[in-house]
Design a protein around this ligand. Structure first.
Ligand SMILES: [Zn+2]
Length: 360
């Protein structure tokens, strides 16, 4: 059953930016104004959007209904250009079926929306993020040097980056998949965006974001880089990506950005009031569990490990305030239900054991 349909304003969309506020906070304190200026403007914008989302939720604005008969096996994409303003959605520049144009950001956004649609359809039989053919809209060239990308509950928005720390946010397809997966979660388990349930919400977005990249590249679990946001950091940054599912805490270690704060194990869980209780930090723990299960099973990670995680996200047993141990227990149950008492079950159990999360 699909919970959280937004037509009655019943579910709360998450305003999730791919770059967490604690990273931009640090950047905003940099001495070089070329670094701090864009970060400050991006933070101001994100704070404004968060407030606006809360107000929209209170008012209970109706979501845009998909056109009748849209739940087809084809995406329904529209890409807009904000032309460096903050006006959404901007000027329409590419619709479904149009040929690629000259603008690489437009082409990447269009392809990323398509890749996300395709993984969910081909691997899990899901028709778009609401499983009802929701049209996929994206705006590129948002703001001036805007250092982020986000899903606002209705559409994707991409900044160009400041070119000093962050490049164009349409570059990593896993970032697109991550943000759209927040929409899938919003329409299914609707995990509350705080503490452990918030970290699970973040982790589910990283898991499917990475799977979309792996599916696009035809990579097995062993071949994948398991990075989130590879290609997004400018050459001057000492780092490879925003996060690493393979080795949480090692994605970057930079003078300006600081060090990747993600733990890989429960014993290193970070208790903090920042970042909604560390949702982008402690997601390292379930992220690493998924990586361990997927690599132990081998082959394409979206097939077995991805299917088990998808079953948990959409199965109706996951509560909005779930803890890591609740999620872990449900993956064990899902593995048994789908694959019996075989290697899948053992791989999932062992993965959670290795990151120190108890399964019941
Ligand atoms: Zn997120």
């Amino acid at each position: 059953m699909v919970r959280g349909m937004t037509t009655n304003g019943g579910s709360q969309p998450v305003f999730c930016t791919i770059v967490p506020p604690h990273v931009l906070d640090r950047l905003a304190r940099a001495e070089d104004p070329a670094l701090s200026g864009p970060a400050r403007r991006s933070l101001e914008h994100d704070a404004y959007q968060r407030t606006k989302r809360r107000l929209t939720t209170v008012i209970g604005a109706a979501a845009v209904a998909p056109p009748a008969g849209a739940a087809a096996d084809q995406p329904h994409r529209t890409v807009y250009d904000a032309e460096h303003t903050q006006d959404l959605p901007g000027t329409k520049v590419r619709e479904e079926g149009d040929d690629a144009g000259q603008d690489a950001s437009v082409n990447r956004a269009y392809a990323g929306l398509g890749a996300t649609f395709e993984l969910y359809l081909k691997a899990y039989g899901r028709h778009s993020i609401d499983d009802n053919g929701l049209p996929l809209d994206a705006t590129v060239h948002f703001g001036e040097g805007y250092d982020n990308a986000f899903w606002n509950g209705e559409q994707m928005v991409f900044g160009d980056g400041d070119d000093e720390i962050f490049l164009d946010f349409t570059i990593p397809v896993d970032v697109i998949g991550h943000e759209l997966t927040h929409g899938v979660t919003q329409h299914t388990a609707n995990l509350a965006y705080f503490g452990q349930s918030g970290a699970l919400n973040e982790s589910v977005s990283d898991v499917f974001g990475s799977l979309i990249k792996q599916y696009t590249l035809g990579q097995t679990a062993a071949e994948a880089d398991w990075l989130i946001g590879a290609g997004l950091l400018a050459p001057r940054v000492t780092g490879t990506a925003l996060r690493s599912m393979k080795a949480p805490g090692t994605a970057y270690d930079d003078d300006v950005l600081g060090k990747d704060p993600q733990p890989a194990k429960m014993e290193d869980y970070v208790r903090t009031g920042r970042d909604n209780g560390g949702v982008h930090i402690n997601s390292g723990i379930p992220n690493h569990a998924f990586y361990l299960a997927a690599t132990a099973l081998g082959g394409y990670a979206w097939e077995k490990a991805g299917q088990i995680w998808y079953d948990v996200l959409t199965g109706g047993g996951l509560t909005e305030d779930a803890l890591f141990t609740d999620f872990a227990t449900l993956t064990v149950k899902a593995a048994r239900e789908r694959y019996g008492a075989g290697d899948e079950l053992q791989a999932v159990k062992k993965a959670w054991e290795q990151v120190g999360v108890r399964t019941l």
